[in-house]
Design a protein around this ligand. Structure first.
Ligand SMILES: [Ca+2]
Ligand SMILES: [Ca+2]
Ligand SMILES: [Ca+2]
Length: 178
């Protein structure tokens, strides 16, 4: 009888250990997933807002060097909107990571960004390469503009104009706390 009890306790302990490991494992995976459109804690100073997690126009593309391994191909006049949530208010600098395998004989796209409906800024994209390789070569347009934002949900709207006939791929927006 005693031996059976000991065995049962041992099984329970084993079960408890597995449960703890499982929780730790889930937590680690959560931290490695940097694609969430939300600050995980107030200690995080930079937030990445993935274009592929947004809504609206554009085609999702797989790119091994992209943040989250995906981009959104936007053709001229197409619009993509991404939401993000701030746990506390603050001032933020915005940048956009993109790739643009542009036709060398054509102009590059102009990218315009609005935050919560009002213009933040725009930039003329660079040509990031040729022959398809340029789509997996990324560049960041830094410090497009800054904005003071309250805690809560916000929207980034990205639109393109001009350029060649092949569009531009938007990887993500980054917000840096000032
Ligand atoms: Ca282009
Ligand atoms: Ca090119
Ligand atoms: Ca991305």
């Amino acid at each position: 009888m005693m031996a059976v009890r000991v065995a049962v306790i041992f099984v329970l302990l084993q079960g408890a250990t597995s449960a703890i490991e499982l929780l730790v494992g889930t937590g680690d995976r959560g931290r490695e997933d940097g694609t969430s459109n939300a600050f995980r804690s107030t200690e995080v100073r930079t937030m990445t807002v993935e274009a592929e997690r947004g809504s609206g126009q554009g085609k999702i593309m797989w790119r091994s060097k992209a943040s989250g391994k995906k981009t959104v191909l936007l053709n001229a006049s197409e619009v993509r909107t991404m939401s993000f949530t701030l746990s506390s208010s603050g001032g933020f600098l915005f940048s956009i990571r993109y790739s643009n395998d542009n036709d060398n004989s054509a102009p590059c796209e102009t990218v315009s960004i609005r935050v919560d409906g009002s213009p933040l800024g725009s930039f003329v994209a660079a040509d990031t390469g040729d022959g398809g390789v340029g789509w997996n070569t990324f560049r960041t347009a830094g410090n497009i503009g800054s904005r003071s934002l309250a805690a809560g949900k916000h929207r980034i709207r990205i639109s393109t104009s001009g350029g060649d006939l092949y569009g531009i791929e938007i990887d993500c927006a980054r917000l840096k706390m000032m």
